[in-house]
Design a protein around this ligand. Structure first.
Ligand code: SF4
Length: 230
């Protein structure tokens, strides 16, 4: 068995989690949700994604890269120019300041605007590095680790938390970093990435916050909350 986190689940729980992952993968595939493959690209993409809709931050990232093609140009851009370029993603003044602060910090540490050195670091070291950058939360760090570095981690966003709670995989209560860690530890390492990307898709398309489509859900017979959220 693969090594696990601090909260072990029983073998029966493992079988159930594996069946959930298998069905979600069959239903949704393995979507990347537009995340870039380069760790620095992905980090800035994730900063833009905060508190806004996917269509808006995907378009904003594309516009930013089309207008300022290197991260050096973004770092040196006049703040009002950068704000105008990322306006559609919302919170533009805050995000512009954060992006330029992150880029300045990375260049000071790495001597270049690159996070390629993270590829050779252990998981804990990568997480500490990323969360020490200006305004970078653990969820963002885990997303970079998953999408750009291929690490076996489970970032928990609002969709993942809601679907996991309805399925009885997550502890009761509102999301907190501690409860997110408990959920991650209960999921076998090799399933974490797959469950993250498929639970996001499932939460958006089927297991919505209001009026989830339980009648057509592939997990209905495994779900204690089936039909309970009209
Ligand atoms: S059965 Fe309903 S509540 Fe359960 S995972 Fe499916 S859509 Fe969500």
């Amino acid at each position: 068995m693969a090594s696990r986190g601090s909260t072990e689940s029983a073998p029966g729980d493992d079988r159930r989690v594996r069946e959930i992952e298998r069905r979600l993968k069959k239903a949704h595939g393995q979507p990347r949700h537009f995340n870039p493959a380069d760790p620095l690209d992905d980090l800035i993409f994730l900063v833009l994604s905060r508190m806004t809709q996917e269509i808006k931050y995907v378009r904003t990232y594309s516009r930013l890269r089309g207008s300022l093609s290197t991260w050096y140009e973004v770092r040196d851009a006049p703040p009002d120019e950068l704000e105008a370029l990322i306006h559609e993603a919302g919170l533009a003044p805050t995000k512009a300041v954060q992006i330029q602060a992150i880029l300045a910090d990375i260049e000071a540490r790495e001597g270049a605007l690159s996070l390629h050195r993270l590829r050779s670091m252990a998981d804990g070291e990568v997480e500490r590095y990323l969360t020490s950058l200006p305004g970078v939360a653990r969820k963002t760090a885990l997303c970079v680790m998953l999408y750009a570095l291929g690490r076996q981690v489970l970032p928990v966003d609002t969709h993942v938390w809601r679907v996991a709670q309805r399925l009885g995989l997550a502890p009761a209560g509102e999301w907190s970093e501690g409860r997110g860690r408990t959920l991650e530890a209960a999921v076998p390492r090799e399933l974490r990435g797959s469950l993250h990307v498929t639970m996001i898709a499932h939460g958006r398309e089927v297991c919505r916050a209001r009026a989830p489509s339980c009648e057509s859900c592939t997990l209905a017979d495994l779900c204690p909350a089936a039909g309970a959220n009209p």
